[in-house]
Design a protein around this ligand. Structure first.
Ligand code: EPZ
Length: 417
């Protein structure tokens, strides 16, 4: 089992490059199976989730190879429309392939994605929308069987602006004759990036990034080249690392326009943040001010994915902060580990109260999930002494070589297998 060993008490000082976005590249890789020919995906992050997605692509019969920072995907010889159980269990976001496989084959068979560490994560909105698009869906033996006897466009209203459901509808509808609309669509920057890539392939999608998306079906999609947007959650995590250590950081290639809600929280804590020639720069204040109440919301609200790293930072604020987790029902599992390091956090259902400032001390802790693992790294930088973080395979799912990024900015961190 791999773990990080981090010596606390050092300031993070330096400049890093923004990695490509995990939550943008995963649906874009799914979209590649809808075209014949080569797709060139630039700024593709080297992550465990990307490796698992490549396994799904290869399992369907695609070629997928890295050439430097570019992932080349060729779906000309794609043969299968099934995603086996073991792949689905490893990464539930493979559900995104459903819309793309149906668009390519008119049928799909995938193992029912279970829940994960952060919640039950039902897919009822995905399936209800696909049925409106003419897909017959049956479930048996833990599998979802989809057959599209007739292609029909639809006006779809989402009860909740689900990211995954919005993406699956865009994938399933872009090769459906007629016009499909999505009302109350998710507006995340990753949705915009998927829309941009699909339009490069020849799709006709308007309104990605707004709450109403219009998709005019086309008959064929072509291979395309695309550069993945920077990962706003990873950038914000490293800004939190800099703040926790009282340091200064510049991130080359970050896009502050996608990070509004997160940057305003850091500014409220007292950070000085500015842009300097395509770099996002943060200067930490001497003392961190508490941030009042934070509620996680769909974009452009405060993202649930940064809740745990920012909670770790809030343990260093003068005064109390309150976090209300509105998106996932089980996303406070990192609090026990932070308390083990000396934090004072009380949770009750979806509310957590962080009483600051706590004098954190290094300890042996375990990452409960991807963002919870990142939160422990933030805390370790503020802690006195050595912290050992187990289960960092979770962190590798979304952060590219975190130890290299932090050590390049003066942090003493090692990975132990
Ligand atoms: C995406 O998950 C991201 N994953 C998540 O990031 C992120 O937390 C989430 O969006 C919200 O921003 C990827 O993009 C791969 P949702 P997704 O559908 O698509 C409920 C990370 O750390 N819901 O918007 O699964 C659901 O249970 C990950 O990088 C239904 O009830 O999120 C949840 O409570 C974690 N029925 C809420 O909606 C449905 O059919 C939001 O889910 C679909 C969703």
């Amino acid at each position: 089992m791999s773990r990080f060993i981090i010596e606390g008490g050092r300031k993070m000082e330096g400049e890093i490059n923004a990695q490509g976005s995990k939550n943008a590249v995963l649906p874009i890789l799914a979209a590649t199976i809808m075209s014949d020919g080569k797709n060139m995906i630039y700024n593709c992050p080297r992550l465990r989730d990307v490796d698992m997605t490549i396994e799904v692509l290869k399992n369907l019969g695609c070629r997928a190879d890295f050439d430097g920072g570019c992932l080349e995907v060729d779906a000309s010889d794609i043969s299968g429309y099934t995603i086996p159980d073991e792949l689905m269990r490893q990464m539930r976001s493979s559900i995104i392939f459903l819309g793309a496989i149906i668009a390519r084959f008119g049928r799909a068979e995938i193992s029912m994605p279970g829940g994960c560490e952060i919640g039950i994560r039902p897919i009822d909105l995905h399936l209800a929308a696909l049925e409106k698009l003419g897909v017959d869906i049956t479930e048996s033996h833990g599998f979802i069987h989809c057959v599209r006897k007739k292609q029909i466009p639809a006006d779809i209203h989402l009860d909740f602006p689900s990211v995954g459901a919005t993406e699956n509808i865009m994938l399933a509808a872009c090769m459906t004759d007629g016009i499909t609309t999505i009302d109350n669509a998710a507006r995340e920057p990753e949705i915009v990036d998927l829309g941009r890539f699909l339009n490069r392939m020849g799709a006709k999608i308007k309104g990605a990034g707004t709450d109403r998306i219009t998709i005019s079906g086309v008959h064929k999609l072509y291979g395309a080249a695309h550069t993945i947007i920077p990962d706003r959650i990873v950038c914000a995590t490293y800004l939190a690392c800099a703040m926790a250590s009282g340091g200064t950081l510049a991130i080359k290639g970050a896009n502050p326009k996608d990070m509004g809600a997160m940057l305003s929280v850091l500014r409220n804590m007292g950070a000085e943040i500015y842009e300097d020639r395509k770099k996002l720069v943060i200067l930490s204040p001497k003392k961190l001010k508490s941030i009042g109440t934070i509620k996680t919301m769909p974009y452009p609200g405060f993202p649930t994915d940064i809740q745990s790293p920012f909670m770790a930072l809030a343990t260093q604020c003068d005064g109390s902060s309150v976090f209300v987790e509105n998106i996932f029902e089980n996303r406070f599992r990192h609090t026990e580990e932070l308390v083990r390091m000396g934090a004072d956090i009380k949770t009750d259902g979806r509310v957590a109260v962080v009483i600051g400032k706590s004098a954190l001390t290094g300890a042996r802790v375990a990452a409960p999930d991807l963002r919870g693992g990142a939160a422990l790294a933030v805390a370790a930088l503020a802690a006195e002494g050595r912290t050992e973080i187990d289960n960092i395979t979770y962190v590798d799912r979304g952060y590219e070589a975190m130890e290299n990024v932090l050590s390049s900015c003066g942090i003493e961190i090692k990975r132990r297998e």
